[in-house]
Design a protein around this ligand. Structure first.
Ligand SMILES: Nc1ncnc2c1ncn2[C@@H]1O[C@H](COP(=O)(O)OP(=O)(O)OP(=O)(O)O)[C@@H](O)[C@H]1O
Ligand SMILES: [Mg+2]
Length: 271
């Protein structure tokens, strides 16, 4: 199967001599070129799942396949692009040299990049900063540099862990649309963690809503909206309907008392 196939994955961590389950029986699939979003409360295992897809560590049980290959092989073949919660740039390298790094690691075995490092730096809005060091950039600029770096080796799958959390609203939307455009051009499968319901709906084909303790998927929501997505997409009634569905799947995890505070139809009772 092409794309991403995660079957019955569980992960436990050892804590004080006990095995603490972080993820329990997570299954999800994305076809090649599809965009998936993970959303759920802090600590429900979203980053843990991404790290297992990236072969940072292995699941306790279950299987993961990237275009049919296990994560270990996909990582060896440099088929995985990863953007972490923090930008993780090399401080002694310039912006351009950070973006180039994966190509250097690939060496002669490398595929011809779909876009040159110079092009990608421009694409993420860092033109003029090619020779700056990461310490000379804002947090959001560092994050954009990390996105360019993740794309430079034309990976089969792009894993993004809250990549735009540090950006202001306008830059965030700009990056959302840039990423959608790049993904459409490259056909890369993408899996992104976000805490923003709107961002998930705007970007994704499928949204996986997680609950915590243990981390698990409580609902998979298909986003039935045409591409390319634009700002106007957010005016589409289907956009708000989908936002509503995701919100309900998330807030279904809250106790009733809190639920009432959030229910606008009950607002007059508090007035
Ligand atoms: N290397 C590790 N060793 C031990 N426990 C870990 C490790 N990594 C994650 N955990 C635990 O696994 C659980 C899930 O953590 P994870 O970072 O995946 O959550 P998350 O959904 O990404 O949260 P957030 O939204 O805050 O980023 C947490 O309880 C965390 O303490
Ligand atoms: Mg996380």
């Amino acid at each position: 199967m092409t794309g991403l196939d995660i079957q019955h994955v569980s992960k436990s961590f050892a804590l004080d001599g006990h095995a603490v389950p972080a993820l329990a029986d997570v299954s999800l699939g994305l076809q090649a070129g599809q965009f998936g979003a993970l959303i759920g409360p802090s600590g429900c295992g979203k980053s843990t799942l991404l790290r297992m897809v990236a072969d940072v560590f292995a699941p306790t049980a279950g299987s993961i396949a990237i275009d049919g290959a296990p994560p270990q092989q996909a990582r060896r073949d440099h088929q995985i692009g990863f953007v972490f919660q923090e930008a993780t740039l090399l401080p002694w390298r310039s912006v351009l040299d950070n973006v180039r790094l994966p190509l250097e690691l690939l060496g002669k075995a490398g595929r011809a990049p779909a876009r040159s490092p110079e092009e990608l730096v421009r694409l993420v809005g860092l033109a003029g900063y090619e020779h700056a060091r990461p310490s000379q950039l804002s947090g959001g600029m560092q994050q954009r540099c990390a996105i360019a770096r993740a794309l430079v080796a034309s990976p089969k799958i792009l894993l993004l862990d809250e990549p735009f959390g540090a950006l202001d609203e306008v830059m965030r939307y700009r990056m959302n649309f840039e990423l959608l455009r790049i993904r459409a051009e490259t056909g890369t499968t993408a899996l992104m963690v976000t805490h923003s319901i709107e961002e998930a709906v705007l970007m994704a084909d499928r949204i996986f809503v997680f609950a915590a303790r243990p981390g698990r998927i409580v609902e998979t929501i298909e986003v039935d909206m045409p591409r390319p997505r634009r700002l106007a997409t957010m005016d589409d009634p289907r956009f708000n309907a989908t936002v509503d569905r995701v919100r309900r799947a998330l807030f279904g995890q809250l106790p009733d008392a809190l639920d009432h505070e959030l229910d606008p139809s009950l607002a007059h009772e508090h007035a």
